[in-house]
Design a protein around this ligand. Sequence first.
Ligand code: BES
Ligand code: ZN
Ligand code: ZN
Length: 501
Amino acid sequence: MQFFSSGSLSERSSGDVLIVPCFGSKVSSKSKGQTKNKESALHECSLIASLGDLDREAKFQLKASAFKGSLGETFLFCSSDIKEKRILFVGLGEEADFSFDNARKAFANACVFCHSKHFKKINLLATNLKHFDQAVEAFIFRNWSFEHLRGKKRPSVLWESLHILGGPADAKKIAQRASALMEGVFLARDLITNNADVVTPQHLVHVAKTLGKDAKTKTTVFNKKRIEKEKMGLFLAVAEGSSYEPAFIIIEYRGNPSSKDKTVLVGKGVTYDTGGLSLKPTASMDTMKADMSGSGCVLGVMKAAQNLKIKQNLTVVIATTDNAIGPKSYRPGDVFKAYNGKTVEVLNTDAEGRLTLADAMSYAIKELKPTRLIDVATLTGACVIALGEYVSAVMTRDSALEKGLMQASYTTGEKLWPMPLVEEYRDLLKSDIADLKNIGNRFGSSLQAGLFLEEFTEGCPAWAHLDIAGPAYADKAYGYFPKHATGYGVRLLMEFLESLD
Ligand code: BES
Ligand code: ZN
Ligand code: ZN
C-alpha cells in the first residue's frame, strides 16, 4: 500500500474513485425546531463545491437516490467530468453520534465497497474529517483478503494506493503508521486462515526465524529433543499424537535495552485441535485450524512492534504442536509431570491448550523473568458461551494490568471483559492421584481453565490470561472486523504495550 497526502482537492492525481464522507440527517420531525431532513446530509456534501457544476448534479443524484448519509451507507456517483469518473459518498451517520468507532465502521464499509468494484487507486476527501486516524486505520484494516486457498494468485491487499486530500498535516504519517501496524494484523490473519497442513509447528518456526532477522530481535527454537531435556512433560504429552515435530519458540525484541522491564506474551500454538482421543464432535472441529490464533496474534504483535520500533522489551513464547489422534496419542487417565514439577491427571485430551501453555508459562517465568506475562489463547468454548463471539475474557489478579488492558480494549474497539479467578473453584481441579486434573466441571469452565493456568505462574510479578476463543475467528463480518480470521488481539496488545511508560 502506498500513501500520499495533499492539502486540497485540486492537487489530487488520477484515481479510480474519490471518496467523500457525508454526515447523515435526522428523519424529518414535526416537532418545532427539529425539522432537519435529507437536505442537511446534502449540505455536508458541499465539501465538493470545488467541483463546480458537478456539485449541483451530485446533490441532485444524492437526493434522487434517497441517500441519507446513515452509518455505513454508500452511494456511487459517476460522471465523465470527474477526474476519477466516480465519487463514492460514504455515510457517517448523524454528526452528534459520530464516535471513533463509527468512523471505523463507515470506512471499513467503504473499503469493502471499493473491493467489490476492484478500485485500486483511492482518493479520499478528508477536509475536517473527525476521527481521521480511526477512519484511515479501518480503511487499511479491512484491505485484506485471503485468496491462496482458491489457488489464485490474487494479491492479499486489494486497493493499492490512498491519496488523502485536505486531511491533517501529518496525514501521510498517520496512514503509514497504521499500515505498519496492520502488517502485524495481516500476518496473524494469514497464519490463522491458512490450512493446518501448511501452518504446522515448523511453519511457525519459519515465521519466528524470519522475525528474528530484525536487528533488535533474537529467535531461539527448541526441537523435540531439547523440549524433552527441559522436561516440559505436559507440552510433550499433547505432542505425542502428532505426526509433526513440536517446537518451543522464543522471540526476544529489545526496544529498550537499558531497561529491565519486559513484557512476555505467550500464545497458544495448537495448529489443529481434533480434541485428541477425547475427540471433538464433527461440527466443533470445523474452525480448529484457528486454534493457533493466540500464537498468530503474538507473532503479529512482534511484527508490528518491529515495524513501529516500539521502545519496549518484548518477548514472545510459543509451545506449538497439533492435538491429533495417532498410535502414540496421550490418553485420558494418564498422569504427566509439568516443567514446574507439578503432576497433572489428564481427564480430557481436548483440554490441551492449558497443558501447552502451562509449560510455556512456567518456563518463561523461570528463565525469561518477565515484569508482566500475558497469555493469549483460544482456550475454552465456554468463554464463547459466556461472552459471545465478539468479546474476549481477561482474568488477572493485577489491577494495573487489568486497567491497562481494558483501556487498550476501549481505545481499539477489540472487546474485552474481566472474568474472576474464583478461589472456591480451585477444589474442582483436585485429583486423587496427582497434584491437579486438567478439567473440572461444566459450570464456569473458563474460570477453571484460568485457575489451572494460575498454578503455573509462581514467581510472576503480574499475569493476565486472555481467552480469545470468541473473537479470533468470525462466522460473518461484523463492525469493522472481517469474516474468518479477524487478527483480534494485535491492535489491542500493541495499544497496551505502547501505553506502558
Ligand atoms: N480449542 C478449544 C477451545 C475452543 C472452542 C476454541 C471453541 C474456539 C472455539 C479447547 O482446546 C477445548 O477444546 N476446550 C474444551 C475444554 C473442555 C474439554 C474442558 C472446551 O472448551 O470444550
Ligand atoms: Zn481442545
Ligand atoms: Zn484447543
